[in-house]
Design a protein around this ligand. Structure first.
Ligand SMILES: Cc1ncc(C[n+]2csc(CCOP(=O)(O)OP(=O)(O)O)c2C)c(N)n1
Length: 699
């Protein structure tokens, strides 16, 4: 911006501000909004338009302070001016809203949901459409900064911060409160930057927090510096923003800054703002920060001519970008399904995401061996899991294990017993009771180059984290392989001695249906070691389901297969060979099916899928083509359970090979009951499996 003449600003707080740059960013943002609102939306070249009018000057100011080598920014759909100031090109911005190639998502995501991979300078984590989803990944990033500096000795992380940007309505979300608790209890270097435009679409801020001022209501929070002011006054905002960022960098506690700004158009292109009175709209226009900026700068710091020159330049740049972007192709339909998971090229090399995971820091885990080297006596599955975690923690300083009670207590199931003593509180730690916080934090950590291993105490309690889980799984696809957040989420579930609706749920099919998650459900200690290690060294997010009945079950015990043992996903195990019926199963049902096969007097083949995503179709198809009959057994409920998927594939691909209808045995569509008498009649029992296998064999 050196070409624009500007006089020195004498105010100490704003002296360092590059005003022409701020003006330029704000004007480009306005020109983009104008172009989209008046031409591209009516022409249906942009389908979702989100204005930044009124939010633009403050964001342009904020960007000037985000200079840390590892600053991590979590943004939302109204953050485009911030992104423009941080390096998003106008071409990229327009390609995104216009759904052309070279956009931030290759036409897969809404055009204001941005990301900017970068390992030197501010990285913008992939934004989501869900309001409030930006907060917990941001605290994960902040915690990783501390981890990188203190545990990995990464000097670039020192003095860097996390910044999370949201509107005032987003402060009502679970994610906000979860992140606030984590940040303040851990004293993390994170700035919560709230732009309060008084409206969440049409709902006023007093519905979000009593009195409508979140900063005022947070005064009692410990370990939090609170700042607020009028974001429509550019000089006051500049001072506050500078102070907020500096304080976050040096103050060893989080900061929350609330700036009030006017939203000068509807919430989105479709919103007519009929809920605002003409007087209110006029009052908002009078508070336009860009008008005020002009009043403050011209003529005292900038000539009228210089301002107009910037205005012309911004408009021209946007017009030029439009010409170029119009020439770009629409996204290639043939690539629409690419990047749901990590992919390899034809030559076998990994097509690595640009950001996220340990491999981007040059760490390539050893491949390991699928051949077990059993050593010592049989151990239970719990010990097998603990030992695998212990070994991977020892050889990979990026592995961090956390969750409710996993630290001092060693987990309510004892899977992490002794790990905190051995590896310290930075690597194995207790979290606040927020599953959204546990998984969201893991997302931020994974993007920052760690390998998080969060534990969800019981599978049912993953529910508060579903939004973060779903958004984590779809991240690679949404960003067209720019970002990914590989992690291993351990969660125990299923019946154990008794059932109940809270601790005994399986519902594994929910994760099979979620995009981008690999899903393991081991039935024994040896498989648990191999699959867990494979996941910990993998490049995709993985759900590792630990069946409670198998953790200490004697059937599931096996000798430890060695520190090198790795099992690939998608390879089933034939537990028992047979010629007359194929039984397909997984998890705790494998033991029952094996026994049932033995007792049935039918020559039944038992297949343990071991992983559901991916699942070994070839093994199942080959077996069914041989036996011509199939029984699928699972503990999850019947309707739309994973058995339905298997049956559908068999019906389509092995229809003419079948001599009998495919049978499914599963829980009826009810939660797991507590009373043993009730449980026994609903979970597939050995006796009922025997009967079903006999029926199918003789059908
Ligand atoms: C979890 C979720 N609920 C609802 C929505 C629909 N929605 C989109 S924006 C919005 C209002 C958000 O307002 P605020 O956080 O104040 O930000 P602003 O739009 O004012 O900048 C709503 C309800 C959503 N995207 N995500």
């Amino acid at each position: 911006m050196s070409a624009v003449p500007v006089r020195r600003d004498e105010s100490p707080a704003t002296a360092g501000v590059d005003w022409p740059r701020v003006v330029h960013t704000a004007l480009v943002s306005r020109a983009l909004d104008e172009l989209e609102e008046t031409r591209l939306v009516p022409a249906r070249k942009v389908l979702y338009q989100f204005t930044s009018r009124g939010h633009d000057v403050t964001q342009a100011l904020l960007a000037q302070h985000l200079t840390g080598a590892r600053d991590g920014i979590s943004s939302y759909y109204r953050s485009r001016p911030l992104l423009l100031a941080l390096g998003l090109s106008i071409d990229e911005a327009l390609a995104s809203t216009m759904m052309r190639t070279g956009s931030m998502s290759e036409g897969r995501d809404v055009g204001v949901v941005f990301n900017l991979p970068r390992r030197n300078g501010p990285c913008v984590l992939p934004a989501c459409g869900g309001v409030g989803t930006q907060y917990t990944p941001s605290v994960g990033w902040a915690q990783s900064l501390r981890y990188r500096a203190q545990v990995l000795g990464d000097e670039t992380a020192r003095g860097s911060i996390a910044l999370v940007h949201g509107g005032e309505a987003s402060t009502s979300t679970n994610g906000f409160w979860s992140a606030l608790n984590i940040a303040t209890t851990q004293k993390l270097p994170i700035l919560f930057y709230i732009e309060d435009n008084r409206y969440g679409i049409s709902v006023t801020s007093d519905v979000q927090t009593p009195g409508g001022n979140i900063a005022a209501n947070l005064q009692a929070y410990r370990n939090l510096e609170i700042l607020q002011g009028d974001g429509s006054d550019p000089f006051a905002a500049a001072e506050l923003l500078q102070h907020a960022v500096n304080s976050t960098r040096t103050g060893e506690r989080p900061v929350l800054l609330r700036l009030t700004v006017p939203r000068l158009s509807g919430h989105s292109g479709q919103d007519t703002q009929a809920y605002k009175s003409p007087d209110e709209i006029a009052a908002e226009r009078a508070r336009d920060p860009l008008l005020k900026l002009r009043e403050r700068l011209v003529p005292s710091l900038m000539t009228q001519d210089a301002w107009q020159q910037l205005e012309r330049r911004a408009k021209q740049e946007v017009e030029d970008a439009l010409q170029r972007v119009e020439q770009r192709a629409a996204p290639d339909p043939a690539r629409a399904t690419r990047y749901a998971f990590s992919e390899t090229r034809d030559d076998g090399t990994l097509e690595l995401q640009q950001q996220g995971g340990i491999r981007n820091d040059g760490i390539v885990p050893a491949e390991g061996s699928p051949v077990p080297h059993p050593e010592g006596p049989r151990i239970n599955m719990l010990t097998a899991i603990r030992r695998t975690l212990e070994h991977e923690l020892a050889i990979n300083p990026r592995v961090v294990v956390f969750g409710e009670d996993v630290g001092r207590k060693g987990g309510v199931h004892a899977a992490t017993l002794g790990l905190q003593e051995k590896f310290g509180t930075a690597r194995v730690f207790d979290t606040s009771l927020s599953e959204e916080g546990i998984i969201g934090r893991a997302v931020g950590m994974a993007i920052a180059g760690l390998m998080p291993v969060p534990e969800i105490q019981f599978r049912k309690y993953a529910e508060p984290a579903m939004e973060q889980l779903n958004d984590c799984g779809s991240m690679r696809w949404r960003t067209a392989n720019r970002f990914a957040a590989p992690m291993v989420v351990r969660m125990p579930g299923g019946f154990f001695k008794c059932g109940d609706p809270w601790h005994s749920q399986c519902n594994e099919v929910q994760f099979a249906h979620a995009v981008g998650w690999r899903l393991a459900m081991p039935s024994n200690a040896e498989d648990a070691v191999g699959l867990l290690r494979s996941a910990l060294r993998g490049n995709d997010p993985t759900i590792f389901f630990e069946h409670r009945a198998m953790l200490d079950g004697s059937w599931a015990r096996r000798p430890y297969p060695g520190d090198d043992f790795v099992l690939p996903f998608g390879v089933a195990r034939t537990v028992r060979t047979g010629e007359e019926v194929t039984i397909v199963t997984w998890g705790a049902m494998v033991e029952r099916c094996e026994e049932a096969a033995r007792l049935s007097q039918v020559d039944a083949e038992v297949i343990d899928l071991r992983t559901l995503v991916p699942w070994d179709r070839e093994a199942v198809l080959a077996s069914v083509r041989k036996t011509r009959r199939c029984v699928i057994v699972h503990e999850d409920t019947m309707t739309a359970g994973f058995g339905a998927e298997i049956a559908a594939v068999l019906a389509q691909q092995a229809f003419f090979d079948l001599d009998a209808p495919i049978e499914r045995l599963a829980m009826p569509d009810i939660p797991s009951p507590h009373s043993l008498g009730l449980l026994e009649v609903v979970v597939p029992s050995v006796a009922r499996i025997v009967q079903t296998v006999r029926d199918v064999a003789s059908a």
